[in-house]
Design a protein around this ligand. Structure first.
Ligand code: FAD
Length: 321
């Protein structure tokens, strides 16, 4: 059944996040030959609409308003509901990011619709669209179908491959003016901690350190390897609790959920709460002194050894490539 599907492009620091393009690829499958409409909401964002088209959207709608400069639940739900009212889509896709986790259930509630969140893959099978999502902290997967109504999903970043960018692709871009009213929260300023290098949640390569790293300085060989591989540095809660690094690096059940192409766990034992955040990574390499460490159970490649000896050797070899 051909559907019109809206995709929310997510803006950060003036650019669209990669998950926006992954959402377009998901929307293409859901649309089953129908129309994919990209949506960008914010302040001065009209220049971003074409990027959604280059990645596969058929056309794009921008909603610009001074009160959309920073994300607020109230402001963005009003903006998106206005687009939904004007477009009457049969499907909606957005990223399962901090923004999507807040906005999608709110919109679904307002529309009295269902929502499948945190989708990691989707396929057409037996005449149905089948959505797969992890449950029980990634220990199992469930497959779901939507029997009627809006096909509304959020997708986990880094799981659904975006289409190749086509710089010659064109499509109509339009703007919708909306009235944003009765905002209960207004964000005056965002003060961000200075962060180094690649964004953890979108990184293709993550070098993560645990308590085995032993100190803040102990993260130096991890940072060096991350730099050589163009990756990001992450951590276990053990390392964060020990004050070796900032909590913004924490991966796991109470930290970030990541699915990079390559995850190198250094001096991490593999507690169930840590695995909840990284076990769906495509390739897992574990470096640990203890051959019985639990992390080896989920690792594709295991190196039993001292991380301070193994990491410099790996960095040296990767530098040669
Ligand atoms: P440890 O378990 O102490 O492991 C250190 C490892 O380093 C050991 O395996 C050791 O053999 C190895 N090692 C030591 N020296 C070296 C060396 N030189 N070279 C190589 N290996 C070495 N944890 C998370 O990570 N993320 C979460 O989100 C999270 N949420 C939690 C939520 C709850 C409610 C609870 C109760 C716990 C949570 N935890 C979480 C904590 C989790 O249970 C573990 O305590 C934590 O993951 C352990 O961190 P670690 O593996 O770095 O430390």
């Amino acid at each position: 059944m051909a559907r019109k599907v809206l995709v929310l492009g997510e803006v950060r620091d003036g650019s669209l996040r990669n998950v926006s393009f992954e959402a377009i690829a998901a929307a293409k499958t859901i649309s089953e030959g129908g129309e994919v409409v990209g949506v960008v909401a914010g302040k001065e964002v009209s220049g971003l609409a074409e990027a959604l088209i280059r990645y596969g959207a058929d056309r794009a709608v921008t909603v610009e308003h001074d009160d959309l400069g920073q994300y607020t639940s109230d402001g963005f739900s009003q903006a998106l509901l206005a687009v939904i009212e004007s477009e009457s889509p049969e499907g909606i896709v957005m990223g399962h990011t901090a923004l999507g986790k807040d906005l999608a259930p709110r919109i679904a509630g307002k529309l009295n619709s269902g929502l499948i969140s945190d989708v990691t893959s989707l396929e057409e099978a037996g005449g149905n669209l089948v959505f797969t999502r992890p449950i029980y902290s990634g220990k199992a997967f469930e497959k779901k179908i939507i029997t009627e109504g809006l096909v509304f999903i959020t997708i986990r970043p880094n799981n659904i491959e975006s289409l190749q960018q086509d710089s010659g692709r064109t499509g109509e871009t339009s703007s919708l003016s909306v009235e944003i009213k009765n905002l209960r929260t207004i964000i005056k300023d965002v003060v961000r901690k200075a962060s180094e290098g690649v964004d953890l949640s979108e990184a293709k390569v993550i070098i993560a350190g645990g308590r085995g790293v032993k100190s803040e300085e102990g993260f130096a060989p991890l940072k060096e390897l991350a730099e050589v591989l163009g990756g990001a540095v992450g951590a276990s809660r053990g390392a964060c609790d020990a004050d070796y690094c900032d909590y913004s690096l924490q991966i796991g059940q109470t930290g970030k959920v990541v699915t990079p192409d390559l995850y190198i766990a250094c001096g991490i034992s593999g507690a169930i709460q840590h695995l909840a955040g990284m076990s769906n990574s495509k390739v897992i390499v574990a470096i640990n002194k203890d051959p019985e460490a639990n992390i080896f159970k989920v690792a594709d490649y295991g190196i039993v050894g001292d991380l301070f000896e193994v990491l410099p050797l790996l960095t040296e070899e990767f530098k040669k490539l």
